[in-house]
Design a protein around this ligand. Structure first.
Ligand SMILES: Cc1cc2nc3c(=O)[nH]c(=O)nc-3n(C[C@H](O)[C@H](O)[C@H](O)COP(=O)(O)OP(=O)(O)OC[C@H]3O[C@@H](n4cnc5c(N)ncnc54)[C@H](O)[C@@H]3O)c2cc1C
Length: 370
């Protein structure tokens, strides 16, 4: 146990970040885009070597054995410095969380340190053309054949698939059981024969996602994680870890409110644009107040925050484009903002799905008919 207090740690982290932030890629959010992966990997290695990676992971696996409060302080200081706190949420939160909670000692030894030091870069192989919001309907097959599983199927919207050497995969292992009871969770080396990764072009012109095709891929059985046919439980447990640290969200929101207030400066807004901007600023201030009352970690209000902030940012992008007029049709930040805003409403659970959660779990409305 360290004798260092969270406050002393926070000051040490802030000082290190002030000295090192010029080595960091721009703050890209939860998932490193393909064009920044080499910078992101170098940044994660630097964080690891300085002893700021895996603060709440066990020391025997490269972590620092500290409490989650230290990790929270790190994430907040990174948000203040405007740098990514980790290379990629899929590796450091989802894959790491799965291995920590469900991994065998061999899986922990193989993956945890390698993830912290960015030797392993992870992608998430969950969504399929017929299974997104309704992930339980996934149909990628993993059939047991002696000491291996044979994988066949297709995944889609895999962020950074082509830059990852490992993936977390959910696939069907029992074809007779109820849909959520026949799924298993695997750690997938992305270089196995039979895996084909095809970039998808987005309307922004970029290609952050890939389609991933599996044809008779022979996956050694040692890469099953958690119980056979118990992968739904593993998936849901790790997705719960996906909730961001609320303190960092408040800092991010403050930045967004500042840049929103700057929207009208020097542009001579008309009455309706001014009213729209004032409405959005009031909403943003209300979300900030809500986040501040949540305590250190997001709770049931995370769906409200996710829904509110992504919808607000979508409206801000549209207003910004309106204010720019014809310029928004040209290449540049206004057009880019408008084209990338819809993605945030879908990633991590669409706005409609968040509304279902809020209706059923927070408001106690009747459950959605199956
Ligand atoms: C930026 C981004 C990054 C992503 N990264 C990854 C990744 O790395 N790995 C990965 O596996 N996936 C990833 N995804 C995929 C993401 O998880 C899915 O897009 C999401 O779950 C929605 O699934 P879908 O696209 O199949 O839409 P669908 O589920 O088919 O939904 C279509 C429409 O129907 C609505 N809808 C669906 N069900 C309901 C319901 N029950 N009630 C009301 N409305 C409903 C939805 O809101 C949506 O408007 C990413 C997506 C985005 C946008």
């Amino acid at each position: 146990m360290s004798a260092e207090s969270v406050d002393t740690f926070r000051a040490r982290a802030a000082a290190w970040l002030a000295d090192n932030r010029h080595h960091a890629p721009r703050d890209y959010g939860a998932i490193c885009p393909p064009d920044l992966v080499s910078e992101g990997v170098a940044w994660q290695k630097r964080i690891f070597e300085a002893g700021f990676a895996g603060l709440h992971w066990p020391a025997e696996h490269g972590g620092q054995n500290l409490s989650p409060a230290f990790h929270g302080a790190w994430v907040e200081e990174c948000a203040k410095a405007g740098v990514p706190p980790v290379l990629n949420m899929v590796g450091l939160v989802l894959a790491g969380g799965a291995v920590m909670a469900f991994g065998t000692p061999e899986q922990k030894a193989q993956h945890l340190r390698a993830t912290l030091s960015a030797e392993s870069v992870w992608c998430q192989l969950f969504s399929e053309p017929g299974a997104g919001s309704d992930l339980g309907s996934l149909s990628t097959r993993a059939e047991r054949d002696g000491d291996r599983f044979i994988i066949n199927g297709q995944k889609v919207w895999c962020s950074g698939g082509r830059c990852s050497n490992w993936g977390i995969l959910m696939a069907r292992t029992n074809f007779d059981a109820k849909k959520h009871e026949g799924i298993s969770f695997f750690l997938m080396p992305m270089d196995l024969p039979g895996i084909e990764v095809r970039p998808l072009k987005q309307m922004t012109g970029e290609s952050e996602f890939d389609e991933v095709f599996f044809t008779d891929v022979e996956l050694p059985a040692e890469h099953l994680i958690g119980p056979l046919n118990g992968g739904w439980g593993v998936g849901m447990a790790v997705l719960t870890n996906e909730r961001g640290h609320i303190g960092a969200s408040v800092i991010g929101l403050e930045r967004r409110l500042e840049s929103m207030s700057a929207l009208g400066r020097g542009r001579g807004l008309n009455t309706s644009e001014r009213q729209e901007l004032t409405t959005l600023l009031s909403k943003g201030t209300a979300y900030k107040a809500m986040a501040q009352t949540q305590g250190p970690v997001a709770s049931t209000a995370s769906s409200l925050m996710k829904l509110g902030i992504t919808e607000m940012m979508f409206d801000v992008s549209m207003l910004r484009a309106d204010i720019s007029g014809a310029d928004a049709m040209l290449e540049g930040p206004d057009a880019m903002g408008m084209l990338s805003a819809p993605g945030a409403r879908i990633a991590g659970g669409s706005s409609q799905v968040q509304k279902n959660i809020i209706g059923e779990r927070l408001l106690g409305l009747p459950r959605e008919p199956k």
